[in-house]
Design a binder for this molecule. Sequence first.
Ligand SMILES: C[S@@+](CC[C@H](N)C(=O)[O-])C[C@H]1O[C@@H](n2cnc3c(N)ncnc32)[C@H](O)[C@@H]1O
Length: 712
Amino acid sequence: MRHVSFFGHFGSLNTGNESTLLAILSRLREASPECEFRCICTDPEAATARYGIDAVAISDRGPSGFRAGDLSLAQRIRLGLRAAGAELGQYARALRTLEGTDMLVVPGTGLINDAFGLGGWGPYSLFKWVLAAKLRRVPVRFVSVGAGPVTSTAGRLLVRAALAMADYRSYRDEASRDHLRSIGCRVSGDPVYPDLVFGLPEPLLPGDAARAHGTRRVVGLGLMLYEGRYSATGPRPQTYSAYLESLATFAGWLLAHGYDIRLLVGDGEGDPIVVEDFTAVLREQTAGFDERRVVARPIAGFEDVLAELAATDVVVATRFHNVLLALLMRRPVIAISFHHKCSSLMRRMGLSDYCHEIHDMDVDRLIAQFEDLECNRAAVTRAIGDGVEAARAAVDEQYGRILAAGGGAPTRVASSLRARRRRAQTALLGSAERAWHLLPTRVRDRGPVRACGASLHTQVCRHADREMYVGTSFLRNRPALELMGRLVEETEPGSRVRIAVLGCSIGVEVYSILWTLRSRRPDLELVVSAVDISPGVLRVAERGVYDAHASEFVNWPIFEGLSDAERERMFDWDGDAGRVKPWLQAGVTWQLGDASDPELVARLGTQDLVVANNFLCHMEPRSAQRCLRNLARLVSPGGHLFVSGVDLDLRTQVALELGWEPIAELRAEIHDGDAAVRYDWPWRWWGLEPLDPRRPDWETRYTAFFQVPAAA
Ligand SMILES: C[S@@+](CC[C@H](N)C(=O)[O-])C[C@H]1O[C@@H](n2cnc3c(N)ncnc32)[C@H](O)[C@@H]1O
């Protein structure tokens, strides 16, 4: 590899983008010292000055200087033609620039969004440069990119086209990949690798700043101008003021409790404004505080952020890369999440309990999170250390993959034969998966193709590194809800029905069940125990307030399956946020618990209906089997169990052994009722095979609803 070009919003004073470019540049320079680099970016002079590489502007077209309203129709047409000609010139320029390039890389950052427009570094420019690269036969690699929001029709089309042309795509978190999937991009088989900044070479990270013994503990308090449309589809002006007021109250609390504060920022344009705004609110709220205890140093580059972090003990930050750099420096951190990337990062590090939603600031909760963090700082720091090591290893693996695919010289990270074989297999599987989805369903689900799928799925499950997901959506499996409705139809008027929902995540499934049952039988007293192992999701569940695109934990279009009428009847809307109606919230007890816990039945009592969906498949098979047997004990004699999202061999074995009675009604419809899991077969361990009525055990195997006899 002799010549690599980077595309992105680089050269500006955004420390996140700059640290990303520096991270990848350092690693590629180390791997291929002979390689030359070029940056296609927003501020080429700054990029050249900072990194000593050639740089060109994404576009060198100036603004027209005319306002359409001032012009006649003929003048407008003439100008339009001239603009089209000039834009063609930009394509020619891109083709010239990419001559001799061996690889075009779009490295990290949250580049894939249209919140700041389509031009500049937005989707249109991205499309243009990717197209030019492909015309030049230059391989294009999107490496750990962040995505979302992409909301405009043009934005979606351009992003879809640009990604479809790429030779390699990886995303920095599941949420980005999910968002792209939700706008119609083909992302199955594309890997998720952590943010590139995790791969910053160690020598670039400063040691901890020396501090005199007995000095106060220092909190790095990260501020940011509110990002509006980038943050939420319906941004509200009061978010920024509520955010500042909450952080100022929190800062007042910190000062009163003996902490010093260092303000952390990270964007040349917005920093002075937010620091000024925050200081004004703090002065207003906490008259007469010692201003020397709140240090606000100007930040000219990401090295300054690192230096500030080195002088802190604990961090409460808003900017994504301030949180990430704090983690790299092994600082216990609370993230004020303004975008799904922040909550994804905290979840990846196992720190979801220390994530605070910017659209829902609550000072008391923030203080409680902070006190909790301080109490548990040793354990949290250890967990951060492990998380950072794992992320660095994953980033290394990805560099190996990219360099091998790019035909680069052998590198330290890509040296092992086994790793190469694995990469080749992954690449092959990626292509096979794309080809698979091109086949018509009737071909895929039958005969030898299906048999190939089955054997592939066995391999996928055998080698899967299973991890837990919290994804969910409203009315996820409509036929299953319909069957629940039919089951309660037979219940005596006014009677009490006890329901336990295990692995309830953010509550969406529980509200879907209550919606279905209460709409049909308002006379029944439904008593629901909703259990999850994660305290974070339970908090969201209990509040019952959801953003149209994401919650703090689930970045998935959770409302997608709902009609407008259902949206209106289930929720009270405030902008983009829907609050579940009180009649759906009544009667639920949200409980922290483990579905495998043998004490569960003593805690909850037996139930008329036990629901356990989409979490057993994420467990190792032996634990899943233990858990499923435990759940059966929860069902009262003659009661029902609805269990899906579980390995079918395992469910069949347990069902047959324990003598569960499969419910035939709507069997096939329920099996196909959740299109996403059917789509993911055979490529993912949670993928659900097509129903095969020729199997001798098919009636049990493809049933998700069972009646459990007394002996279970
Ligand atoms: C993918 S979500 C499924 C949500 C919902 N049941 C659905 O089907 O839409 C899986 C949920 O199971 C929870 N979970 C995982 N293991 C669990 C366990 N042992 N006990 C209780 N909940 C568990 C996770 O925290 C997560 O919220």
